[in-house]
Ligand binder design. Structure first.
Ligand code: TMP
Ligand code: MG
Length: 289
């Protein structure tokens, strides 16, 4: 049906079920679909030529907007908390307060740096930010078929927007829920707006933004893309869901985490730096409509 699903990076616990969902969604057509995706390490690459690619936070951390002292502190936080984020031996309950701690400390450090709004464009341009291979086909295809794309990110909204704007794919069908910066009258960062989004409260975020899902009430079929088990709740605000196909990128700690990813995601993409599988599925679902 879709040759890309036979690639060596693709794992499925129940390929028959995947096939059924894809067929049901194709049958219902693009006007019933919405795509909900995580950003960091899902729409962006995990690694390129053996080197790790930056998250939104890393883009700021590696920039000249930040003092060396602050960079060192953010790096320490990353070294402390990232291993916890990906530790499959700890429960979500155990990790949750630690993730809140990470985000809170990181945001406090960023605020202390009084980051300037007018320099964000340059910082992103000079960064190593990289969307996954095939990103243009992904964004353009959704735009062409008027399928809404919700990007639901625990990263930094202002940085994320700039990455997709500079890539030329910030189309009108793209809507973003993320942590947005609040700038003072001089254009310097003074706080983050609204409720903090971290990797384990996307469900609450979805429910808080129920107005968005209300607008898309007729779209009962969801393609969900994520790289963390916390991303699975991003679609919890969707009204009367009919079908959901969940695609999960398994980037790191592959052997330890594979089983849990296979249990949670319909399709697991192991160390796959492309959007090819999602693109092929979307092409199939939207063809002859
Ligand atoms: P996501 O939900 O868009 O994937 O964003 C969350 C990622 O951001 C998560 O993988 C951890 C990462 N992160 C950093 O790299 N540095 C930080 O300081 C923080 C708070 C998060
Ligand atoms: Mg992510």
């Amino acid at each position: 049906m879709i040759p890309e699903l036979s690639r060596p990076s693709v794992y499925m616990r129940d390929p028959r079920r995947v096939e059924e969902i894809i067929k049901a969604m194709k049958q219902a057509g693009p006007s019933t679909m919405q795509v909900i995706s995580d950003f960091d390490m899902t729409l962006t690459r995990f690694a390129y030529n053996g080197k790790r690619c930056p998250t939104c936070h890393n883009i700021l951390e590696n920039s000249k907007l930040i003092s060396q002292e602050c960079r060192d502190k953010l790096e320490d936080l990353l070294n402390t908390y990232y291993p916890i984020e990906i530790d499959s031996s700890r429960s979500v309950e155990e990790k949750l307060p630690l993730m809140v701690e990470w985000w809170t400390k990181a945001h406090d450090l960023l605020v202390q740096q009084k980051i300037r709004k007018d320099l964000l464009t340059l910082v992103v341009r000079e960064s190593d930010a990289m969307l996954r291979e095939g990103y243009r086909v992904f964004f353009d295809q959704l735009q062409e078929h008027s399928i809404p794309l919700l990007i639901f990110s625990a990263g930094v909204g202002d940085v994320l927007e700039e990455v997709i704007r500079q890539a030329g794919v910030f189309h009108p069908n793209v809507k973003i829920f993320s942590n947005y910066m609040d700038f003072d009258e001089n254009g310097a960062l003074r706080a983050f707006k609204g409720q903090l989004i971290h990797i384990y409260n996307k469900r609450e975020g979805a429910l808080l933004n129920s107005g968005h899902f209300q607008e898309l009430k007729a779209r009962h079929n969801v393609l969900l893309l994520g790289d963390s088990l916390g991303d699975l709740t991003m679609a919890d605000g969707v009204y009367s869901m009919e079908n959901i196909l969940k695609i999960g990128y398994l980037n790191d700690k592959v052997q330890e985490r594979k089983e849990s990813y296979l249990n949670a995601y319909d399709i697991v993409l192991q160390q796959d730096e492309t959007m090819d599988v999602a693109n092929a599925i979307l092409l199939y679902m939207t063809s002859s409509h």
